[in-house]
Design a protein around this ligand. Structure first.
Ligand code: PXP
Length: 245
């Protein structure tokens, strides 16, 4: 069975759109922590958050509370920096996924360059191993990157599905072929294969034949879909609230 990891960053995006500056006496909403627990109780297998350097969505306090509530299901995405390594070693989530980070990007645009960063990643990965934290590398489906993951003894890779997800139906098979070859290479090297980015209900089925797939991490579209399927109830609740008794 393919496992589902839910990235809840965009619940925090919605909160930060209004509560970047706290309003005295008002509890900021939506709170991503109970929402994460709701995802788990609905059957999601893990929760992913990306604590970005610019703190544009998820905040330190959210991650610390998630650590208390669901540490064993928590996947922390982070840049490979000393500050984030310290944070992860104090938090001790089940899993850390190293991702590239660029302040100007809207979302994570490409995979981590594990080949170029092999020397700086190695000691960080060792420290996470020693703390019993599963390490994942978010990589483009490029054979050199998968080889670097093996050289770094990373137990997991997350293949970047963005190019596949956004490709036209005619281009999609080419991108799928790259993902398939990367998944086979990783599996051959005894590396667990996760995948994610840009996945939607409309493109998921084309990905399900990817071999050796362990976990799919899905964020934006799942949260957007929740707004669509949950909006009617929200309107009903507000109508009820404004109806004079
Ligand atoms: N996996 C990784 C490593 C990511 O950086 C992201 C986006 O933050 C996702 C999965 C989820 O992507 P999306 O929000 O497009 O589903």
């Amino acid at each position: 069975m393919i496992r589902l990891g839910v990235n809840i960053d965009h619940l925090a995006t919605l909160r930060q759109a209004r509560y970047r500056v706290p309003i005295p006496g008002v509890v900021p909403e939506p709170d991503p922590v109970p929402a994460a627990l709701l995802c788990l109780s609905a059957g999601a297998h893990s929760i992913t958050v990306h604590l970005r350097e610019d703190r544009r969505h998820i905040q330190d306090d959210d991650v610390l509370r998630l650590g208390r509530e669901c540490r064993e299901k928590l996947n922390l995405e982070m840049a490979a920096t000393p500050a984030m390594l310290d944070f992860a070693l104090r938090l001790r989530p089940a899993e850390v996924c190293f991702v590239p980070e660029n302040r100007a990007e809207v979302t994570t645009e490409g995979g981590l360059d594990a080949v170029a960063k092999i020397n700086s990643l190695r000691p960080m990965i060792q420290k996470l191993h020693q703390a019993n934290i599963l390490v994942s590398l978010f990589l483009d489906p490029d054979p050199r990157q998968i080889d670097a993951a093996a050289a770094l003894q990373a137990p997991v890779v997350e293949l970047h599905t963005g190019s596949f997800a956004d490709a036209s139906p005619t281009e999609r098979p080419t991108h799928f072929a790259k993902l398939k070859s990367a998944a086979e290479q990783a599996h051959h090297l005894k590396i667990q294969v996760n995948a994610g980015h840009g996945l939607r209900l409309s493109n998921l089925s084309d990905l399900l034949s990817l071999p050796h797939l362990h976990t799919l991490n899905i964020g934006h579209s799942l949260v957007a879909h929740a707004i669509n399927v949950g909006l009617e109830q929200s309107v009903r609740d507000f109508l009820q609230a404004i109806t004079k008794k």
